[in-house]
Design a protein around this ligand. Structure first.
Ligand code: SF4
Length: 271
């Protein structure tokens, strides 16, 4: 039977106790959900809902190859204004601990992940932070130019900026709150497919448990997420920086953050 932790309840409005189901390990688990301005006593799960987002109009115009003063510029500015009035980027995290690991798997909070890359990278780590960040589904609800491919592309760009704001806030929050140094984040489906298969989103979402609903994110059968500008993963403190781009062969990716590292790839791939 699950039990609720007995830490003193000193929270802001909106804070509430929940019981975790996790991956069905059956071990006692309890946690407190807080709004971003709540107390941190006893917290092992938190949803950040007040994330500041200010779209950078100049950067968006440049990214969209839109000329200042043109009709397109006026249309894009209108979309940016709409986004600024409705967007609610969100993020959430839980705190989890490694139960067991071997060369190809790692069990975290009762959830089994099969990924040599993840298992190796967590070799000397005990505590991890399963995380989710999203542009927020409010942006999908107000967009009324569906079918207009150009505007859909612009809207996606703005959503990407909102997602970046959520990722930045989440990372800063965790580093500040838990006094983390260098952090690394690994995501199912990121890098070469075999590094950490996207299907393991299922286990990751199970591990996140009740942290997910507060973000409004839905995991679909394809293991992609809605809204489309959402990321999930496991963040942890590491001695050395690591980007999954280092073990990704995709050479046409415009979002690449680090060059491919053949030697590292060789040590992390499954046989
Ligand atoms: S190179 Fe691109 S596709 Fe590959 S992990 Fe990096 S961002 Fe993702």
């Amino acid at each position: 039977m699950h039990q609720i932790a007995d830490a003193p309840l000193q929270t802001s409005v909106g804070a509430r106790w929940r019981i975790s189901q996790g991956c069905g390990s059956g071990r006692p688990e309890g946690y407190l959900i807080l709004s971003s301005d709540g107390s941190d006593r006893g917290v092992i799960m938190e949803t950040l809902t007040k994330i500041p987002f200010s779209a950078d109009t100049d950067a968006l115009m440049k990214q969209a190859h839109v000329e200042a003063g043109s009709d397109d510029a006026a249309d894009l500015a209108g979309l940016i204004k709409l986004a600024m009035s409705c967007s609610r980027p969100k993020a959430a995290y839980t705190v989890a601990f490694i139960d067991a690991r071997d060369g190809d798997t790692v069990q975290i909070g009762g959830c089994l992940f099969t990924s040599r890359a993840l298992s190796r990278k967590l070799e000397s780590v005990e505590r991890v932070f399963p995380v989710i960040a999203t542009c927020g589904r409010e942006m999908d609800e107000v967009f009324d130019a569906k079918g207009d491919m150009v505007k859909e592309y612009w809207w996606d760009l703005i959503k990407t900026h909102a997602l970046s704001a959520a990722q930045q806030e989440l990372g800063d929050h965790l580093r500040r709150k838990f006094r983390l140094g260098t952090t690394v984040i690994m995501r199912p489906g990121s890098g070469d497919a075999a590094m950490w298969p996207i299907e393991q989103q299922k286990e990751l979402f199970a591990l996140m448990g009740d942290a997910v609903p507060g973000t409004g994110v839905i995991l679909m059968e394809s293991f992609l997420m809605m809204p489309n500008k959402t990321t999930s993963g496991i963040l942890f403190q590491a001695e050395k920086d690591f980007r999954t781009c280092e073990v990704c062969h995709r050479d046409t990716c415009q979002s690449r953050q680090a060059p491919f590292n053949k030697e590292l790839w060789g040590t992390l791939q499954h046989e």
